[in-house]
Design a protein around this ligand. Structure first.
Ligand SMILES: [Zn+2]
Length: 349
């Protein structure tokens, strides 16, 4: 039933087999995105606003459905180059049941295609002609590489937008243009909505944990009393220093759920909250970025769990005007890339 974009039509038939092959619940559950490798997340976020109306979550959702963010078949994304290795290929388009028949033709040898049939290529599963039409060299290494998550994500954005001069005023229509399947569009939009808001943090934004740390995205996960999780639980050894990610004014207070907690009214206009401290840092009042504001512990309702910092980000919040928290995981995933030692533990609070 494909009408537009030959490439995208093919994706509809390819996406399901790829995830099915991954099997065993390998795909991240809807509502969480523990499965986004930080390198892929970086590439997706670069596509935000490629054209009016494009949000990075839409590109990320497509990347999840198409290849598990470049992890299909045991692939991993090279931290330096962004290339998914080993290279990812969809099933041969050989006319098998549910699959179109597209001979390799002049694309033989294109980015590893061995024929005799065409295959979708790379983490975003482009067919050669579609990639060729919309390719972007996002990382400016001189080559538009469909196996490179930077180039592939940007090319997907370019295609969704219809070019940088395009616009998206109907996300569903854009996804259907990518792959003309109603069930595919439903799945992509549901996943995109589960990813939460884009937290914008500056280049100088520091990891709040000054030591080895592990965490997953548990935004929205169920918590006691029917609450849903509004932060990220950053697991680290008890006593690991917790530092201010930005300069601002720090207060130390305690409450029954959070135990020993810090409040940071950042000079960047954002309010930060951290809980379950083992002890407070030595200074209250205005502090520079990197100042120790406390130490990782298990106070409050975290007593008896693995020591962790429950950390929240509330953009635009001033003292008497609360603002909603946003998912802090993208920010800490970026800022903590150098000291992150694992995806994390369950059992946070
Ligand atoms: Zn928490």
């Amino acid at each position: 039933m494909c009408i537009a974009g030959v490439v995208l039509c093919l994706l509809a038939t390819i996406a399901v087999p790829l995830l099915a092959i991954m099997g065993g619940g390998a795909a991240p559950p809807v509502g969480a995105w523990a499965g986004i490798p930080s390198r892929a997340l970086t590439a997706y976020r670069e596509t935000d606003g490629w054209c009016d109306g494009l949000r990075w979550q839409l590109v990320a959702a497509i990347g999840q459905v198409e290849s598990g963010h470049g992890t299909f078949g045991g692939a991993t994304i090279d931290q330096e180059t962004g290339e998914a290795m080993p290279w990812i290929f969809g099933p041969p388009l050989d006319g098998s049941p549910g699959v179109q028949s597209i001979p390799i033709g002049s694309w033989l040898g294109w980015w590893g295609l061995a024929g005799p049939w065409q295959q979708a290529v790379g983490p975003m599963q482009f067919l050669p002609s579609t990639f060729d039409a919309w390719a972007v060299d996002a990382d400016e290494d001189g080559t538009s590489n469909p196996h490179d998550i930077d180039d592939a994500a940007a090319s997907a954005a370019n295609y969704l937008c219809g070019g940088t001069e395009g616009a998206i005023d109907d996300e569903r229509a854009a996804v259907l243009r990518y792959n003309n399947s109603a069930s595919y569009a439903d799945e992509v939009l549901l996943i995109a909505d589960s990813f939460g808001e884009f937290v914008v943090v500056g280049d100088g934004w520091l990891c709040p944990i000054a030591g080895p740390v592990s965490f997953i995205d548990s935004w929205g996960a169920p918590r006691s009393g029917g609450r849903s999780h509004k932060g990220v639980d950053m697991f680290a050894a008890r006593g690991t220093p917790v530092v201010a990610p930005v300069a601002g004014t720090v207060e130390h207070r305690s409450n029954s759920l959070g135990g020993l907690s810090f409040h940071l009214w950042g000079d960047d206009g954002t309010y930060y909250y951290g809980a379950h401290l083992d002890a407070y840092g030595p200074i209250a009042g205005w502090v520079d970025a990197g100042t120790v504001v406390g130490y990782v512990g298990d106070t409050g309702n975290a007593r008896g769990t693995s020591p962790h910092l429950h950390f929240e980000i509330h953009p635009g919040r001033v003292r008497d005007e609360p603002s909603a928290a946003v998912n802090p995981t993208p920010a800490v995933a970026d800022a903590c890339a150098a000291n992150r030692i694992g995806v994390g533990l369950s059992g946070g609070t």
